[in-house]
Design a binder for this molecule. Structure first.
Ligand SMILES: *Cc1c(COP(=O)(O)O)cnc(C)c1O
Ligand code: SF4
Length: 394
């Protein structure tokens, strides 16, 4: 699956929805109201494969299906292997569960002192503020609670969460996530940010959101004003494939960046979507051009129904090896496995180090050439015979 990026073009426009007035198309509430949520909605525009039909029929019991018109335009409707299609349209593979998979594969519920707060690391918390997203990713780590398809009964409790953070002075970093926090109204989001800013020990506020990707129309000037007012607010967006980097996303990132929001990207390594070096390289280059710093590539969590997306970890390592040294350092994300059961994110790196002895480090560069770095200074002697002469001369 070799992907070649057309570096000079950015997808844009209304695609299948030419007949819709531009003001409506650009209105994020119109996009939400007109999401494609059923097999019939999809089949109005495309032919589903038999395995997609079975997947769509099952979706309601696992994770709702929902695709914004804007994002649906990015699907190649004639290609069953389209990398955008695989992320959003359920397939039969979701109905199979392996022995290794779990609903809460990261043990988040065990690390949750109050509903919506996951406190795994000493100094930072994950604050789940909604169970809804603009569209649903079929490999979602939180499908147990997101979209409420599984009777999990997650009800975000802002007050309890805020009180927990207020009473834990060790929490210096709050990560708003969900679901997608940017689906909250401006008013609710502003309230949350204002409350967090009032807590003296909270130094760092960030938002994890796929809204810029699914619904760039949501990044309104008014929303950007809120980020400016309560900033610095950092944001991690979630782009998996270079085709997602459209003119609309680029412009939304520009609005965020101009409002002072530093942007990072998190990708999930997915079989048949982005599990090859050419695709990832095209993606990270597009990200830099949109002012987004690649942050993490995740090995997919062991979530139920995820087997058909699974990629060999050696493939992930090969991708990082193909980036490091071969392209801009800023373009190279950190590849991590979120330790099953709740050990946190652990970096997985190609091995450049061959040996460390008491005397030297032996390592290889990106081309595979071996180098040595001596650890001690031997035979130390003066660079000039008479230091006093240097002082006189100056
Ligand atoms: C990912 C995650 C964080 C943030 O981790 P960083 O490495 O700082 O980005 C915090 N809490 C939980 C529970 C997480 O899963
Ligand atoms: S946007 Fe995030 S939380 Fe929502 S479905 Fe996708 S991965 Fe899950």
């Amino acid at each position: 699956m070799a992907y070649t990026d057309d570096r000079s073009s950015w997808f844009e426009g209304q695609g299948l929805w030419q007949h819709v007035p531009a003001e409506q198309w650009q209105d994020w509430t119109w996009q939400l109201k007109n999401r494609l949520t059923s097999g019939e909605d999809l089949e109005r525009y495309m032919t589903l494969t038999p395995e997609e039909k079975r997947g769509v029929a099952f979706a309601g019991r696992k994770l709702a299906m929902s695709i914004t018109p804007y994002f649906f335009n990015l699907i190649d409707r004639n290609d069953p292997n389209c990398p955008i299609r695989k992320q959003l349209i359920p397939r039969e593979g979701e109905m199979f569960i392996s022995n290794e998979e779990q609903l809460d594969s990261l043990g988040e519920d065990e690390h949750s002192p109050v509903p919506g707060i996951v406190h795994r690391y000493p100094d930072r918390v994950l604050f789940l503020v909604t169970d809804r997203c603009a569209a649903y990713c079929r490999y979602c780590t939180r499908s147990r609670l997101v979209s409420n398809a599984q009777d999990y009964n997650f009800h975000p409790e802002y007050e309890q969460g805020l009180r927990y953070i207020e009473s834990h002075p060790e929490v210096r970093d709050v990560l708003l996530s969900g679901g997608d926090p940017l689906l909250l109204s401006d008013r609710k989001l502003e309230h949350l940010l204002a409350r967090l800013r009032e807590i003296p020990h909270v130094e760092f506020i960030r938002i994890g959101s796929r809204i810029p990707v699914f619904l760039p129309q949501r990044i309104t000037p008014k929303l950007c004003e809120i980020f400016k007012k309560y900033g610095p607010i950092w944001m991690s967006i979630h782009v998996n494939h270079p085709k997602e980097a459209t003119a609309e996303l680029r412009d939304a990132c520009e609005r965020l960046a101009f409002a002072g929001v530093p942007l990072g990207n998190q990708s999930v390594l997915l079989s048949g979507v982005n599990d090859d070096p050419e695709t990832m390289k095209a993606l990270v280059h597009r990200l830099l051009r949109m002012r987004v710093r690649p942050y993490y590539i995740y090995q997919m969590d062991l979530i139920t129904g995820g087997a058909h997306f699974k990629v060999d970890v050696r493939k992930g390592i090969e991708i990082i090896r193909a980036l490091r040294g071969h392209t801009t350092g800023y373009a190279v994300p950190q590849y991590v496995i979120d330790a099953p059961g709740g050990g946190g994110k652990v970096p997985i790196n190609p091995d450049y180090l061959e040996q460390i002895t008491d005397d030297e480090v032996v390592f290889r560069n990106y081309e595979g050439k071996q180098f040595r770095y001596p650890l001690h200074s031997t035979g130390l002697k003066r660079a000039v015979e008479d230091p006093a002469a240097l002082i006189d001369a100056s």
